[in-house]
Design a protein around this ligand. Structure first.
Ligand SMILES: *[C@@H]1O[C@H](CO)[C@@H](O)[C@H](O)[C@H]1NC(C)=O
Ligand SMILES: *[C@@H]1O[C@H](CO)[C@@H](O)[C@H](O)[C@H]1NC(C)=O
Ligand SMILES: *[C@@H]1O[C@H](CO)[C@@H](O)[C@H](O)[C@H]1NC(C)=O
Ligand SMILES: *[C@@H]1O[C@H](CO)[C@@H](O)[C@H](O)[C@H]1NC(C)=O
Length: 484
């Protein structure tokens, strides 16, 4: 130390000062360069530096209203400085009793069956990557995300939020996992095309012809752009709204309000049924642009349960509206869907909805409405049964579905997940950091806390039972088609 200071002292001080200043300049310059570099390369959960998915085009997000400095500082703050504190959630003592999961949770085994013998290798995931927008890796209860493509609106934010809340709800219990996720609408891994090598991709819906693995969609935590709150809040307010009118007082015809301009043939067809006398149906156009201007006064779901029948029509793929329609306590008239989400497979015709033909929509609605109006107590019972079904599917059960699906999937991995070199850690702090004021409100309202009881008990694999149920369903669908 003494030697060092003596040496320094020999250098004339003005030279030293110039060096010092130059050094600081260079350092600042390098730092700015590095920050600029980060800002122009870091892919973020709200879509910075990401292109829309090529398989489902949508207008690219623009961040032009942000200044370069503003953007850089946000990215550094949110992506690099937010997740440094240790999470305080520990594995809790689970004291409560574990309930039995709803029967349809058995579909988890069915969805993962394609990999039950071959298992899931890292090489397989690299193939699946071609169809993914997000790569999600959980290691030791920490969540890492690699972003490949941008997701429409705030889907990525709310989907990743849901996963973080799962980790919070069951601290120390979610296994290490490595999975590919696509946040766009339509399933993509067709069974015919990919039979030789099924690719595991998580998404919000599937069909019997696809390998895509259905997972709860973002709207269970909220759909900020449409002012739809977290599922538990929406369900409660819809249920309350549904009690505003007794069954006898409810309008004795079918109701649909939505956006027909989403490239959905059944929704376009449905517009022709808009005649309460002729078809027993009222079809209304939901103009979201107008709704946003009006402050969402006329789109409150809780005030849309005043009809005895509510029509469900798929959009571009499955529609998040299903869960709200089923919560109304009305008879759901479900136009034969092509897509299924994780819970719609638990529905059974005539028990908790009335099936509507997709090729003969208006006459089929008329038949259903006439049946219901001449069998009021049976119709009311269907409405009650499906509302109860949705009440049992509360947010705790949604976490249980995610927990079991991820746990069963993780058992199939033939490798130990490692953090991808370009994946960023995401945590509650980083998501709240990127959220705008409106999104933040929904995120905070849907925050989970550690569960006092273990997840519900997953039913064992039973392919035979699922097959029988599908056959029984088809038989009823065939019979009701004949009624028209
Ligand atoms: C930029 O615009 C988007 C909406 O178009 C808004 O959410 C965001 O807060 C704006 N950012 C800034 C920095 O003004
Ligand atoms: C359906 O008919 C009603 C009443 O005639 C009308 O107000 C409404 O705009 C119609 N809906 C559509 C989508 O055209
Ligand atoms: C929806 O509302 C907006 C704003 O009032 C209007 O400009 C637009 O034409 C409407 N779209 C349709 C399909 O009616
Ligand atoms: C339903 O009808 C279709 C065609 O009409 C037939 O192929 C199928 O076997 C029937 N399914 C059942 C379960 O009756």
């Amino acid at each position: 130390m003494a030697l060092f200071s003596r040496k320094i002292a020999r250098i004339p001080s003005p030279v030293l000062r110039v060096f010092g200043v130059l050094f600081i300049f260079a350092l600042t310059f390098l730092l700015l360069l590095e920050v600029d570099n980060l800002a122009s390369q870091t892919k973020t959960i709200i879509g910075h530096n990401l292109e829309p998915t090529p398989w489902h085009a949508f207008p690219a997000k623009n961040f032009e209203n942000e200044t370069k400095i503003g953007r850089a500082s946000m990215i550094v703050r949110c992506s690099y400085l937010s997740c440094r504190t240790k999470s305080k959630d520990r594995q809790t003592m689970l004291t409560g009793e574990s309930e039995k999961c709803p029967d349809f949770y058995g579909w988890i085994h069915q969805d993962l069956e394609p990999w039950s013998n071959t298992r899931i290798s890292q090489a397989l995931l690299m193939e699946a990557k071609k169809f993914a927008s997000l790569h999600i890796v959980i290691i030791g209860g920490k969540l890492y995300v690699e972003y490949y493509y941008s997701c429409v609106q705030s889907r990525a934010l709310f989907t990743v939020w849901g996963l973080l809340q799962l980790l919070r709800r069951y601290p120390g219990m979610v296994p290490d996992v490595d999975l590919m996720f696509d946040c766009m609408d339509r399933p993509i891994i067709h069974r015919n095309i990919h039979s030789a090598m099924p690719l595991p991709i998580f998404r919000y819906c599937t069909t019997p012809d696809h390998f895509d693995i259905p997972f709860p969609d973002w709207s269970f935590w909220g759909w900020a752009e449409l002012r739809l709150g977290p599922w538990q809040d929406e369900f409660q307010s819809i249920k309350q709204g549904s009690q505003a009118m007794s069954w006898e007082k409810k309008f004795p015809y079918a109701y649909w309000k939505g956006n027909p301009d989403v490239g959905s043939p059944v929704r376009e067809e449905l517009l022709f049924c808009n005649d309460t006398n002729k078809w027993g149906a009222q079809i209304l156009h939901q103009n979201w642009t107008q709704e946003i201007l009006d402050g969402f006064k006329n789109s409150k779901l809780s005030s849309q349960c005043n009809h005895r029948y509510k029509i469900y029509a798929e959009g571009y793929a499955w529609s998040v509206s299903l869960k709200y329609i089923l919560s109304c306590g009305c008879v759901p008239l479900i136009i034969k869907p092509q897509y299924e989400d994780f819970f719609s497979r638990g529905l059974f015709p005539l028990e908790n909805y009335w099936p509507i033909s997709s090729t003969n929509i208006c006459p089929s609605i008329k038949t259903a409405v006439e049946w219901g109006n001449s069998h009021p107590s049976e119709a009311e019972a269907i409405g009650k049964a499906v509302q109860d079904f949705m009440e049992r599917l509360n947010i705790d059960r949604i976490y249980d579905y995610m927990y079991h699906l991820i746990t069963e999937y993780a058992k199939l991995q033939d490798f130990k997940p490692v953090r991808p070199s370009t994946a960023l850690e995401e945590c509650v702090g980083s998501l709240l950091c990127y959220a705008d004021e409106n999104q933040r409100e929904y995120l905070e309202r849907s925050a989970a806390s550690p569960s006092p009881s273990p997840p519900c008990k997953l039913p064992p694999s039973n392919a035979e039972m699922i097959k029988k149920r599908i056959e029984a369903k088809n038989e009823i669908l065939n019979k009701t088609q004949l009624l028209i």
